[in-house]
Write a protein that binds this ligand. Structure first.
Ligand code: SF4
Length: 277
C-alpha cells in the first residue's frame, strides 16, 4: 500500500493568495485589465485569468496602454521608474506587490540614499530582483550563488531575494565579512519560503520518491526541487497532475511518496496530483 505524505508547508503563500484572489475579484469599471508579466508562475492560473479577460503584457507594451486601462502589478513588484511610466500613460494601477517585497525595496532605497553600496543575493533576471535594483538606480551588485568577485569597499547593505536559499545567504555574508569593514545585512528571505524549504528538506529525507509541483519558471519551486533532489534522488518537478503519467512508471516501487508545492501552486492542482498518485 502506497503512502502519500504532503509537506506541512506547501502551496500558495500569503502574498500569492492575496494577489490571485484580488485579481480574480477585480471588476473593471471600463477599459482592459492587464497584468505586467504573468501574475504568478503558474500556467493553469494565468490561463484561467486569460479566460476572464485578464491578459499579460510586457514592459514594452506600456506605451500602447490607454487611460481607461487598469494594470495589475504582481507580487514581485516593479522599479520606481515603471510606476512613473504607468502614471504618464494615465492608467489605473492595482498594486499587488507583496508587502515583504515592499519592505526590501524601502530598505534598499533608504540605504542607497545614505551612500551604501547595495548587494542583492538573487537572480539578476528575476523580476523581483530587477524591481529591487530599480530602488538604487540599478547600481546593485547581484550574486546568485553568494560568491563575490570583487572586494567590498565602503558601506555595504545586503538584502536577499525573498525566495533565496538560507545556505546561499550564509555563504554571501561570510564572504562579505572577509573584506568589508562596514556592512548592514537584512535577511529578507521570506518566512513562507523558509517554511516551505524546511518542510521539503525534512520530508525528502523520509521518502522513496518526491514530487515537487509548481511552474517551471517559479524560482521558489526550483529551489524546493534542488533541496529535495539532494536528499532523494527520485525527485521529480511537475507543473500539474497531467504530467504524472510518465513519472508513475518510474516510481512504481516507491512505497512512501512525498509531495510539496511552490508558493504559486494552487490547492486544486496539489489535490489533483495527490488523488492521481
Ligand atoms: S513567497 Fe513570500 S515574499 Fe513572495 S509573495 Fe509569497 S509571501 Fe510574498
Amino acid at each position: 500500500m502506497r503512502e502519500i505524505i504532503r509537506a506541512n508547508n506547501s502551496g500558495f503563500c500569503f502574498g500569492v493568495e492575496r494577489a490571485v484572489k484580488q485579481s480574480f475579484d477585480f471588476v473593471s469599471p471600463q477599459g482592459r485589465v492587464v497584468t505586467l508579466g504573468p501574475l504568478i508562475h503558474n500556467k493553469d492560473v494565468t490561463q484561467k485569468l486569460a479566460n476572464k479577460g485578464i491578459h499579460e503584457i510586457s514592459m514594452e507594451d506600456i506605451p500602447s496602454l490607454m487611460k481607461e486601462d487598469t494594470v495589475i502589478i504582481r507580487t514581485h513588484g516593479v522599479a520606481m521608474a515603471v510606476y512613473d511610466e504607468l502614471k504618464e500613460q494615465g492608467v489605473s494601477i492595482v498594486d499587488l506587490t507583496c508587502p515583504y517585497v515592499i519592505n526590501i525595496q524601502k530598505k534598499v532605497k533608504l540605504h542607497h540614499d545614505k551612500g551604501y553600496k547595495i548587494v542583492i543575493l538573487g537572480d539578476e533576471h528575476h523580476p523581483e530582483v530587477v524591481g529591487i535594483n530599480g530602488y538604487c538606480n540599478n547600481s546593485a551588485y547581484i550574486t546568485k550563488s553568494g560568491e563575490i568577485d570583487f572586494p567590498m569597499k565602503g558601506k555595504i547593505c545586503v538584502v536577499a531575494q525573498t525566495t533565496e536559499k538560507q545556505s546561499n545567504w550564509v555563504k554571501l555574508i561570510t564572504n562579505i565579512a572577509e573584506t568589508a569593514k562596514e556592512f548592514v545585512a537584512f535577511n529578507t528571505i521570506c518566512k513562507a519560503t523558509e517554511d516551505r524549504q524546511k518542510s521539503a528538506e525534512e520530508i525528502s529525507k523520509e521518502v522513496d520518491a518526491m514530487i515537487v509541483i509548481g511552474g517551471y519558471t517559479s524560482s521558489n519551486t526550483t529551489k524546493l526541487y534542488e533541496i529535495c533532489k539532494k536528499n532523494c534522488p527520485m525527485t521529480f518537478h511537475i507543473e500539474n497532475a497531467g504530467e504524472l503519467d510518465e513519472i508513475k512508471e518510474k516510481i512504481k516501487n516507491a512505497v512512501r511518496v512525498g509531495i510539496t508545492a511552490g508558493a504559486s501552486t494552487p490547492e486544486w492542482i496539489i489535490k489533483e496530483a495527490m488523488e492521481n498518485l
